[in-house]
Design a binder for this molecule. Structure first.
Ligand code: ZN
Length: 229
C-alpha cells in the first residue's frame, strides 16, 4: 500500500528531474557534430554550416600554401582533439552570424567545458573581444592571463621590442601609433601600451590593418570554396 502510494509522485518527480536535466542542466543551446576542423577557431558541422568560435582568434593557417603562423597547426590539432569525435553544444551570443555567413558560437563539450576557453588557456589562441558578442569576455580573459603567466603556447617564446601601441577602449583593438586609425581614436577612448604583451594582458587584440605580421592570407575563408550562406 505504502509503496504504491509513493510510486506516482516518485514517477512525476523523476520525470520533472529528467526534464530539468534535458532543458537546463546540460546547458541551453543547440547540439551539433563537427565534420572538419579548419584551424583553431573555425570548424565545419556535419550539416555544412561553418562555425567561427566567438571571443577568440587562433593563429592563421594558409590552406593553399600549407603554411601557418606559429602555433597555427598546433591550435588546429588541439581543436580537432577536442571537438573532432563527438557532439558539441553551440551557444550563441547577440549576433548569430558574421559578415561571411559563418555561425558565431561558444562551443561546449558534453562534459560542460568550453572549447574557446580551453584553447585560450593552452595558449593556442588569444582573446578577441568583439562587441556586442562579449558574454564570456571576462571568463576568456581570465583564461588568457593564466596562459600568459604559465607561458603556454604562443606566450612561451614571446619576444618583442618595447615600443608604443595605442588601444581603443571601444573596439578593444590596439594599433601602431603611426596607424591612421590610431590617430582617429577619441582621446577619451585612447589607452597606451608599452608592449603588445601588455595590450593582450588588458584584453586588447591587434588591429589587422596595421599589424601585417599577424595576418596570413587565407582567413576568413578556411577552404578554397566560399562558405555557404
Ligand atoms: Zn591600425
Amino acid at each position: 500500500m505504502q509503496s504504491r502510494g509513493n510510486s506516482v509522485p516518485k514517477a512525476i518527480t523523476l520525470g520533472l528531474l529528467l526534464l530539468v536535466l534535458l532543458a537546463g542542466g546540460a546547458g541551453a543551446g543547440e547540439w551539433a557534430a563537427v565534420r572538419r576542423v579548419a584551424d583553431g577557431d573555425t570548424v565545419e558541422l556535419t550539416d555544412g554550416r561553418l562555425v567561427r568560435y566567438l571571443g577568440i582568434d587562433a593563429p592563421e593557417i594558409d590552406h593553399a600554401a600549407g603554411t601557418a603562423q606559429p602555433f597555427g597547426f598546433e591550435a588546429r590539432a588541439r581543436n580537432r582533439e577536442l571537438v573532432g569525435t563527438g557532439r558539441v553544444r553551440l551557444e550563441a551570443d547577440v549576433e548569430r552570424f558574421d559578415a561571411y555567413g559563418r555561425t558565431l558560437a561558444y562551443v561546449f563539450l558534453p562534459d560542460g567545458s568550453m572549447v574557446n576557453e580551453a584553447l585560450i588557456r593552452e595558449g593556442l589562441a588569444f582573446c578577441l573581444a568583439k562587441t556586442p558578442n562579449v558574454k564570456h569576455e571576462e571568463r576568456l580573459l581570465r583564461a588568457q592571463r593564466q596562459a600568459m603567466e604559465a607561458r603556454h603556447g604562443i606566450w612561451r617564446e614571446w619576444r618583442e621590442k618595447p615600443g608604443r601601441f595605442i588601444g581603443n577602449r571601444n573596439s578593444r583593438r590596439f594599433h601602431r601609433p603611426e596607424c591612421p586609425e590610431a590617430k582617429r581614436i577619441r582621446p577619451a577612448n585612447r589607452v597606451a601600451f608599452r608592449t603588445r604583451w601588455e595590450a593582450h594582458w588588458a584584453g586588447y587584440s591587434p588591429s589587422r590593418e596595421c599589424q601585417p605580421d599577424f595576418v596570413i592570407p587565407g582567413d576568413p575563408t578556411p577552404w578554397p570554396s566560399p562558405p555557404p550562406r
